[in-house]
Write a protein that binds this ligand. Structure first.
Ligand SMILES: [Zn+2]
Length: 143
């Protein structure tokens, strides 16, 4: 079941481009993907019974562009790998991973950053999109 959900997520990512698999393990433990239709966001990261879990809402997920889907998954897995850094650190970790995996052509980066710029701040601690977009560009420059 887990493998099936992961395969579905990856299939959803690869409509037009070939995507690398997301960094889907944390300290050697496979990330569990759990469908949550009541989730207000496309995805969220949590730990459950000692396992790293990415909750995802298929309806919200369907609204994302392919590059956003990869970013979204990578961002959640980055949270699971390091809880201490917060949202900006997870963003930085996600785009650096995408860049290293050769999956961030400049056209996709431009589209991703311009989308993120419009994202509002959230009650869960996400800074305003403009701050996130700025930080993403800085952290790619520093890499
Ligand atoms: Zn986050």
């Amino acid at each position: 079941m887990r493998a099936l959900v992961l395969a579905m997520l990856l299939a959803a990512c690869s409509s037009t481009l070939t995507y690398p698999p997301p960094p889907y393990e944390v300290s050697g433990v496979l990330v569990v993907y759990e469908e949550r239709r009541d989730l207000k966001a496309p995805s969220a990261a949590t730990w459950s019974k000692g396992l790293p879990v990415v909750l995802w809402n298929p309806f919200e997920w369907a609204k994302l562009a392919p590059v956003e889907k990869v970013f979204d998954l990578a961002h959640e897995v980055c949270h699971l790998r390091d809880w201490t850094g917060g949202e900006l650190a997870a963003d930085c970790c996600a785009v650096r991973w995408m860049d290293r995996a050769d999956y961030l052509p400049s056209s996709d980066l431009a589209a991703l950053v311009s989308t993120i710029m419009d994202w509002p701040a959230s009650a869960e601690g996400h800074p305003p999109g403009i701050e996130r977009a700025t930080h993403i560009m800085e952290c790619l420059d520093d890499d």
